[in-house]
Design a protein around this ligand. Sequence first.
Ligand SMILES: [Mn+2]
Length: 318
Amino acid sequence: MKKPAKYPAPSYLDPRDKRMVQIIKSASGAEPKAVNILGIPYDGAVLGRKGAAGGPSAVRESMGSFSNYNVELGLGLEGARVFDLGDMVLGSPDITSTHQAIEEEVGRDIAPSSLLVTLGGDNSISLPALRACGKKSKALGLIVIDSHFDLRGMIGGKPNSGSSYGLALEAVETLDPGRVVEIGIHGFLNSKSYADKAEQLGVKVITAEEVRKGGALSAARDAYAFASAGADLVYLSVDLDAVDISQVSGVSAPSVGGISGGELSTMVYEIAKNDRVKAADLVELAPSLDPTGRSQRVAATALMYLIAGFASRGSSRQ
Ligand SMILES: [Mn+2]
């Protein structure tokens, strides 16, 4: 069961400026050759501060501010096929059964030649989404943009918002750590034990400082080359806490020294241009923790660039 998505009405009507909210349509099921958006308003597994259940509706609200054209990219989204499947209705306090429901829904929503974007929700939702993608692929690749490794195991016998990639590497047979990249790791935010685990597994790490020094475009290209080698499906997972606290404070664990919202947009655009990227998530936005609305704007901007990347597929602009 899903609750229909709600977008704001355009604040003005100008026939020469079609707004993005006039382009996104509701759909009851995933459409082929389209960006399909699914809300997962769940924060029952967050290790820190709650609020991510408000993420999907806050991102949609913020979409009201966008036109459909991007001067820098020379790209218009007027003809883009973008559908919103609505929000999952998740009432159970039980994490395992909630994750099962998410896995089944994501499995249904990966359509041919489409990109599914799930709006979290806490970072725990990446695990059932990866399990669903594992069943759709012979060789799965994973690109993570996050301040944290999230390579933990279960805590108290349960998955949590810091365990998604660690548990996915155990549970998803088609996910080889040699096709996993983590971008944006920085600061005093991770233990040595998990840094060692990443290295031992062969996970590629691109730190926030390396993104600043080498540029977001090159980081995204390196990451995609690594994650897609031999893969038939690549999953992109974006934890908004990768972005510096000056732009994103509305997350469970805000970080100083993170990447910028612009760098995030550049990276998700570059990665989403590739056909094999069939699913992505934007997680951890907790709008109640940022009354300025800035964090939700960063998240909505990242969604715009994911849509733009998809719309650029097959064009000469690649
Ligand atoms: Mn994180």
